[in-house]
Design a protein around this ligand. Structure first.
Ligand code: SF4
Ligand code: SF4
Length: 188
């Protein structure tokens, strides 16, 4: 092969994209932020949030304060305090809930381990990225009320994943339902 052929080939691709960007929007990788925003792909992720069902961020919170995510988080940026009382979970079973659930997102490294280890599909990764703050200390400490977001929100940011999660939870709920009592034998 001719010496420098690779460079010429690379320059040809650059040139094609440069000229093409004037005609085809797909080739223009620059986005005029903040007036324009890219649609983020399904799998993009940033920091975790807590999912709640129904319209009630308190009663509908899926988290049962088992603290597995707190133990497994590599930089230890989750802090949970379990409630003293219990409330019914999505299957009606009484469960503890987090009286306190904080995540310090100035420490979080977006590894998603908390999501992987949660047995209750209660914590998922968000896509928000406009989170910079001027304050240095606890401005990036997200409290339970900041973290709680609805299942509809989860569907809007990760539609395919959220659908699978719904199906998993529905299957688990169906398995737990008591079997219907057999009808008494007909007399006569
Ligand atoms: S994404 Fe990783 S670092 Fe962030 S809270 Fe979850 S486990 Fe911790
Ligand atoms: S988010 Fe999941 S793993 Fe973490 S405490 Fe709640 S239920 Fe347990």
């Amino acid at each position: 092969m001719m010496i420098g052929a690779g460079i010429l080939k690379g320059m040809a691709v650059t040139g094609r994209n440069f000229i093409g960007s004037y005609f085809e929007k797909d080739r223009l990788t620059t986005v005029q932020y903040p007036e324009e925003r890219d649609v983020l792909p399904e799998n993009s992720r940033n920091f975790p949030f807590l999912v709640y069902d129904t319209n009630d961020p308190e009663a509908g919170l899926r988290c049962v304060a088992c603290k597995i995510c707190e133990k497994e988080c590599p930089p230890q940026c989750i802090y949970i305090e379990k409630s003293a009382d219990k409330k019914p979970d999505y299957m009606g079973k009484p469960q503890f809930y987090p009286a306190t659930f904080d995540i310090d997102i100035s420490v979080c490294m977006s590894c998603q381990i908390c999501v992987e280890v949660c047995p209750f599909e209660a914590i998922k990764m968000d896509k928000v990225y406009e989170l910079s703050r001027r304050e240095r200390f606890d401005a990036l400490l997200m409290r339970r009320t900041d973290l709680a977001k609805s299942n509809s929100y989860y569907h809007s940011i990760h539609p395919l994943e959220a659908e699978q999660v719904d199906a998993t939870l529905a299957a688990a709920a169906a398995k737990k339902k008591p079997a219907p009592t057999p009808a008494p034998p007909a007399s006569g």
